[in-house]
Design a protein around this ligand. Structure first.
Ligand SMILES: [Zn+2]
Length: 250
């Protein structure tokens, strides 16, 4: 890749959209641990390369839930340089306002980005197994619709995330996914595995999103641990990535 961060082919075709997902070269992006000032500097450096100022960023708290809310230009800066001011209790954000960069941190979990080129709105959510099982995909679609998007026009981009081979789960988690996404579960040597990509794609299908409108990365941070930080492989020392999307006019 030309850039040192991850970009989607589909979103790259729209000059009005800035987006990207940081690789481990950009170091840790989460305020969860470590020197807060250093993390803010890491973010600033990455965001400058993506083409947006850290002062234009809005960040959701990320509670491994499935709630998504609308943000506006008045919210810029929230959660950008400190977790104290982030948007509490939510995992995802949508906006119609240009000059607002939505940013979420991920390590093994998926970032799902959305863009409607017709109504010019963007969205972004963190999607871990709890969020997926809790309906975050449907909630992202609904949030985009709530600001005027038409389902047929929205493009969805699913970032790198844990593969089924690396996602061995507890029995209660397996049971949850067996009920809702039987085709995304596997049992090998008595261990249960979940394919979260399959679960996400099944939710898109159930919500009548055309496969032509979905781009999904096949990268797993555990398989390709030299590129992306993986919580499963590295635990609390993981350099958490940041995913960002916004409409230009900064
Ligand atoms: Zn893997």
């Amino acid at each position: 890749m030309e850039e040192r961060f991850f970009k989607f082919d589909v979103l790259s075709k729209f000059p009005e959209v800035i987006h990207g997902i940081s690789s481990r070269n950009y170091r840790n992006m989460s305020f969860y641990r470590g020197d807060q000032e250093k993390i803010a500097k890491n973010r600033e450096y990455f965001l400058n390369e993506v083409g947006i100022s850290i002062n234009n960023i809005v960040v959701p708290e990320i509670v491994h839930g499935s709630k998504i809310v609308v943000v506006k230009k008045a919210d810029i800066g929230r959660g950008a340089k400190s977790a104290e001011t982030d948007i509490k209790g939510v995992d995802g954000l949508v906006t119609k306002d240009a000059g607002v960069g939505l940013m979420a941190t991920v390590a093994d979990c998926f970032a799902i980005l959305s863009y409607d080129p017709v109504c010019r709105a963007v969205g972004l959510t963190h999607a871990g197994w709890r969020g997926i099982e809790g309906g975050v995909v449907a909630n992202l679609i609904e949030a985009m619709e709530s600001i005027g998007c038409q389902k047929d026009n929205i493009l969805f981009s699913v970032g790198p995330g844990i593969c089924q081979k690396h996602f061995v789960v507890r029995n209660d988690v397996l049971d949850k996914f067996l009920r809702r996404y039987p085709q995304a579960t596997f049992v090998r040597n008595k261990d249960g595995y979940v394919d979260l990509r399959k679960a996400i794609l099944s939710d898109f299908k159930d919500n009548h999103i055309s496969s032509h409108n979905i781009e999904i990365s096949t990268i797993c941070p555990a398989c390709q641990n030299g590129i992306f930080g993986s919580y499963r492989m590295e635990g609390d020392r993981v350099p958490t990535s940041a995913a960002v999307i916004g409409l230009k006019n900064f």
